[in-house]
Design a protein around this ligand. Structure first.
Ligand code: SF4
Length: 266
């Protein structure tokens, strides 16, 4: 059973900071935790209540669901699902979407893990990964290109020049696929921008196995670091360090972290 804690050190802090909903959590690490734990240890020890979703996020979720159902059930069934959501903008976008480049033989919404004990990649059913041995992620679409694995991530909003090789999420998903095969191959990775026109804009890179091997070591180091910090807190009561910054955005504690909150007050 998880324990409620009060991390505020003094009354002044308690008055300035929002009421804490922070609690210890042994969550399974995801790719977006990797860069953050390297900077802020506390980010992998606690979680807070989830921030409420804004309309743009719901649009993104429905569009991703549409792309999943297109492959699993076909376009008509996917559109029927979107119609039921009564989101005019999303329905219009999905209706005009050019699906000609979608790999219909791919696996949508594939949940994968990197087992940092065995350094193997695995596919799993949703939400059954073990926090002590797994870093887990979900890929929007996985398929084969030139007999190699290819992982794709759908992006909504304005396309950017974001580089696949700079994306920890893409590198980690590609590394999971790389570690699934005995010969540890190169892996294709694509950021697939869904433009307002309905066009799909693919940014694809072939990630060499040497890059993936190096990234696998980074994933393992970050995971071991997270386990160590959690153990120090749980077993010895050592308070983790807090280092706020731009990476606070998207942190599980973004809304309740006393350090992040005080930084905004200052
Ligand atoms: S909100 Fe910022 S300072 Fe607080 S735990 Fe998360 S990353 Fe660290």
């Amino acid at each position: 059973m998880e324990e409620e804690i009060d991390i505020y050190e003094n009354q002044a802090d308690q008055e300035k900071a929002p009421k804490s909903g922070m609690r210890f959590s042994n969550f399974v690490l995801a790719p977006h935790d990797i860069g953050r734990v390297e900077i802020c240890p506390a980010s992998v020890v606690f979680t807070g209540p989830k921030a409420p979703m804004h309309p743009g996020q719901w649009h993104g979720i429905f569009i991703h669901r549409f792309m999943q159902y297109v492959v699993e059930r076909g376009r008509d069934a996917a559109l029927a699902y979107i119609k039921s959501k009564k989101q005019k903008y999303v329905l219009e976008l999905c209706t005009r979407m050019d699906l000609s480049t979608v790999p219909m033989d791919g696996i949508p919404e594939m949940t994968m893990t990197i087992n940092t004990d065995t350094m193997r990649g695995e596919t799993i059913e949703r939400d059954v990964a073990e926090p002590k041995t797994h870093v887990a992620m979900r890929a929007d679409i996985v398929f084969r290109t030139d007999n190699l694995w290819h992982v794709g991530d759908y992006k909504t909003g304005k396309p950017t020049e974001a580089d696949v090789l700079q994306s920890v999420q893409m590198l980690t998903s590609a590394t999971a696929l790389h570690l699934m095969e005995d010969d540890h191959p190169d892996v294709y990775a694509s950021l697939i921008w869904i433009e307002k026109t309905g066009n799909l804009l693919w940014h694809t890179k072939l990630i060499p196995s040497a890059v993936l091997r190096k990234h696998a070591k980074r994933v393992r180091r970050a995971h071991l670091l997270a386990l160590e910090i959690r153990d120090e807190y749980k077993q010895e009561g050592c308070e983790p360090e807090y280092h706020p910054g731009e990476h606070c955005m998207g942190c599980r504690m973004e809304k309740t972290c006393h350090v992040s909150a005080l930084r905004k007050v200052a």
